[in-house]
Write a protein of this length. Structure first.
Length: 156
């Protein structure tokens, strides 16, 4: 059941942000560019998708929940990619979007990526972090002080 919920929410949430909305922005006339800019875009997309899948699996396996706010992990996930940044799933989404922007040479999609990141950052700061602080208390505070929100901190 948890696997099915994880798949459903993965298709619904990052699937909409990284597939449906970019498709609507690009329209049907978008043509991929398989060159020195487009190919690194494909690499970024694959890396971002791998990060997403890894994090979704960690949420299910370790946290016993999903990426959806209505069905969150029951325990604080601080292993896997979460050892390096607090929000690797969003990093994965941004990588996918940047890769799509490069592959399709789309300024509109690049602008969408910037706006999406701004919205996500506000969501993280105004909703997710206070919710995690209230739910997990000192263990989240320790994690927050030790691990960067978006950029890995230098290990001391």
């Amino acid at each position: 059941m948890l696997v099915l919920r994880s798949i459903f929410f993965a298709l619904l949430l990052p699937g909409t942000v990284t597939l449906v909305l970019p498709y609507l922005i690009l329209s049907r006339r978008a043509v991929p560019h398989w060159d020195l800019i487009g190919l690194p875009g494909v690499v970024a997309m694959l890396l971002g998708a791998t990060i997403l899948i890894w994090c979704i699996a960690d949420f299910a396996r370790i946290g016993r929940g999903t990426l959806a706010p209505v069905d969150p992990p029951r325990t604080l996930v601080v292993r896997g990619l979460y050892r390096y940044v607090r929000n690797p799933m969003y990093v994965g989404v941004v990588l996918v979007l940047l890769g799509e922007s490069a592959l399709f040479r789309s300024a509109s999609l690049l602008l969408y990526t910037g706006i999406a990141f701004l919205i996500v950052n506000l969501f993280v700061m105004l909703y997710e972090e206070p919710t995690l602080r209230a739910r997990f208390g000192e263990s989240y505070e320790h994690y927050r002080r030790s691990v960067g929100r978006w950029i890995p901190r230098r290990i001391k």
